[in-house]
Design a protein around this ligand. Structure first.
Ligand SMILES: Cc1ncc(C[n+]2csc(CCOP(=O)(O)OP(=O)(O)O)c2C)c(N)n1
Ligand SMILES: [Mg+2]
Length: 271
């Protein structure tokens, strides 16, 4: 299957490489990992991993992963999919898998558009950006995936760009090791579809943009993790523990309520 199908300058190869390096360094039992992807350029990733893997229908990667985990809690589904797949057609599945805290590591390649189908706008396309469906500039407000994942209840939330290779690897390791719903957003360049229409057609120019715009702000409130034309806040934003859905389902954990005290600290109360 190698060389892969992704374009020059696309960050998907970086995601694949760092995922494989993470598994290798963790000495993780790959028989327990199931790579589940949706449809789109990044969706092809499930074909490149020597694990059990599913290239599912558009938007349904998380639905399939939840089913896998509920039926066989010994497995660790790793969902790798795109901004369009996870947050447009699949947005509803994201909300409820995160809310239920199902033990799944979600790695999202956010290239701000539907790369595979010719560069249409999607839920993360920045306001004013040009795409094949926003010829006069995007009039919509984009979804901030870090804020969204945190609000839905993810227990680990991080954002990096495709130039933060070592940070991506460490975050993927954390996401796989956490028992619950983890979310790692990776901003990836898409020179061919997004870059070409937004005055950054060259792969190197794209990488420089990601480098110059990124500001590492770990432990920042997710609501402040903005993405602006010249500023992409990256880092780890959520890292908490909560009972996991399939443990509750199979009677291995007790339900707890997470409460916010007057100083704004989270505390757990067993019900
Ligand atoms: C039900 C259905 N609707 C639409 C499509 C067409 N389609 C294929 S990929 C895609 C968007 C993928 O975008 P994203 O998830 O951001 O992945 P990328 O290609 O950017 O990596 C769409 C709309 C489809 N395959 N199935
Ligand atoms: Mg995309």
């Amino acid at each position: 299957m190698v060389p892969h199908i992704w374009c020059n300058g696309c960050g998907n190869g970086v995601i694949l490489g760092e995922f494989l390096r993470a598994l290798d360094e963790m000495s993780y039992d790959v028989n327990k990992i199931v790579v589940v992807s949706g449809i789109g350029c990044i969706g092809r990733i499930s074909g490149y991993t020597n694990t059990d893997s599913f290239h599912t229908t558009h938007g349904r990667a998380l639905a399939l992963a939840v089913g896998l985990k509920a039926a066989n809690p010994n497995l660790k589904p790793v969902v790798m999919s795109g901004d369009g797949d996870l947050f447009a057609i699949g947005g509803n599945h994201f909300i409820h898998a995160a809310r239920r805290n199902v033990d799944i590591a979600v790695i999202c390649s956010n290239n701000f558009n539907y790369g595979m189908t010719g560069g249409q706008s999607g839920p993360t396309t920045p306001s004013g950006a040009y795409t094949t469906t926003t010829l006069y500039g995007n009039i919509e407000h984009p979804l901030n995936l870090v804020q969204f994942a945190a609000a839905c209840g993810a227990i680990y939330v991080a954002r990096w760009t495709a130039i933060h290779v070592r940070r991506i690897r460490e975050s993927i390791k954390k996401a796989i090791n956490k028992k619950g719903f983890s979310f790692v957003e990776i901003i990836t360049a898409c020179p061919e579809e997004y870059g070409r229409r937004n005055k950054i057609p060259d792969p190197i120019q794209n990488m420089k943009w990601l480098r110059d715009a990124s500001i590492v702000e770990s432990s920042m409130d997710p609501k402040d993790a903005v993405i602006e034309p010249d500023k992409i806040v990256v880092g780890e934003f959520v890292d908490v523990e909560k009972p996991e859905y399939t443990d509750l389902l199979w009677g291995k954990a007790q339900s707890i309520q997470v409460r916010l005290d007057k100083e704004g600290k989270l505390s757990n109360v067993t019900l």
